[in-house]
Design a protein around this ligand. Structure first.
Ligand SMILES: [Fe+2]
Ligand SMILES: [Fe+2]
Length: 207
């Protein structure tokens, strides 16, 4: 089933999609919204490698980063807190609980580790958005939109590449791209530190 067919088949998905889009755009988090759309597409790519409940993963993907409206660290927990009441009105108890786990476990190096295949799929779909040449650009845009400073960007990239992909088939197909992201940032940080050495030569140690 194609993406638009999925949305067409269930009004609740489309309503949720529109609602999250409106909230993120009105909060000037347009790059978070762009990232969200790409993560949804990545889920469809992962679906080719592994079998999982796409609908549940899709609900989670739509809402997974809405917590960025309030915080960066721990946003995955805030996302479920913000959406729980709305989800309860749309889906049954079991579905909502499963969706909440998928959202809470999506963050690389997060406190909650993915326990279900759907949670692993969203985790990997999220990481995939930062992999390779396009991923590096995505990362810069997103982190700028979230107001990150350089030191925090470096920490984020380190955690991202350390965690990597969880699903073996995704790792096999996309690890090369993630390695490219890692190499790019290692060189980037090296260049920054080289400049620092040059400054020291001029007696400006505090820069
Ligand atoms: Fe996230
Ligand atoms: Fe994300």
């Amino acid at each position: 089933m194609k993406l638009y067919e999925f949305f067409k088949a269930d009004d609740r998905l489309l309503d949720l999609f529109e609602r999250i889009r409106a909230e993120l755009i009105s909060s000037d988090l347009d790059q978070v919204w762009n990232h969200t759309k790409r993560v949804i597409k990545n889920l469809f790519i992962i679906k080719d490698y592994v079998n999982f409940d796409l609908k549940k993963a899709l609900i989670a993907a739509i809402i997974h980063d809405i917590g960025f409206m309030e915080v960066v660290n721990g946003h995955e927990m805030v996302s479920t807190q913000m959406m729980k009441t709305a989800l309860d009105k749309l889906w049954d108890h079991v579905t909502v609980n499963e969706v909440c786990h998928i959202v809470e476990a999506h963050q690389f190096n997060g406190k909650v580790r993915p326990q279900t295949i759907e949670a692993k799929a969203l985790h990997d779909a999220d990481v995939m958005d930062y992999a390779g040449e396009k991923g590096i650009i995505n990362l810069f845009k997103l982190l700028k939109n979230l107001g990150f400073r350089d030191s925090r960007v470096a920490k984020w990239i380190h955690e991202l590449t350390k965690d990597g992909f969880i699903i073996p088939e995704v790792r096999k197909n996309h690890d090369k791209d993630l390695k490219q992201t890692e190499n790019f940032f290692l060189n980037f940080v090296k260049d920054l530190s080289r400049e620092r050495v040059d400054f020291k030569k001029y007696g400006m140690d505090n820069i």
